[in-house]
Design a protein around this ligand. Sequence first.
Ligand code: PXP
Length: 255
Amino acid sequence: MADNLTPPPSGNPLRLGVNIDHVATIRNARGGDHPDPMRAAAVVQAAGGDGITIHLREDRRHIRDTDLNATMAAISLPVNLEMAATGEMLAIALRHRPHAACIVPERRAERTTEGGLDAAGQDNHLAPIITRLNEAGIRVSLFIEPDPRQIEAAIRLKAPVVEFHTGRYAHLWLDGDKAGLEAELKRIGDAAALAAKNGIEPHAGHGLTFDNVQPIAAIAQLAELNIGHYLVGEAIFIGLENAIRKMRLLMDAAR
Ligand code: PXP
């Protein structure tokens, strides 16, 4: 199993983790077992993706416990389990021991993870959960805003990885707000540099697309991007394998 020192399986300098949650969303719309997220995970592997990301939400709206079981049993790529900081999810993570666990904020009514985890505001709640995951050899990542206060909290909490929420960046891109976009890119770049300087590996993700990925991929300290919704959407038009390969090419070209 990969650890902090293992180079990315594909040797790519910027890893691509593919979030397959929304394959399960489509499956669940009809209640059957098609399309199967496991088939998507096999395509990710064939297409040169570096990892599988799945978010087991409290309400199981997309990925279910059986999907997690199947992923852990059948997929040799590193699995990144996105999870809320709850006792239930901690027990599940400790039982399955995925390569990584990304702690995300979770609100029942939200459509998706809208904003980063307030690590700075919940040290006491997060500390024992992170300690247990660290002790189990699960690489902890905190999904936070690119904000120095949150990075300082990650340092205090001994999280080896942070993932910067790029949702604000993606919105500014859609709005065509050039000045806002430049400021947000600088915020993400500065945050990546601060994390790396403190020995924390920075990742990024949320709302990334073929159009907006390259300025983020160009941030040298970033080691991994996690991308889901756009790739699953684009798979309708060009196929999942082609969508992943194209994202990979765009990311590599930006480095
Ligand atoms: N990273 C994290 C921590 C997430 O929660 C999500 C969304 O589930 C993503 C990355 C991927 O975002 P998107 O589906 O918008 O690409």
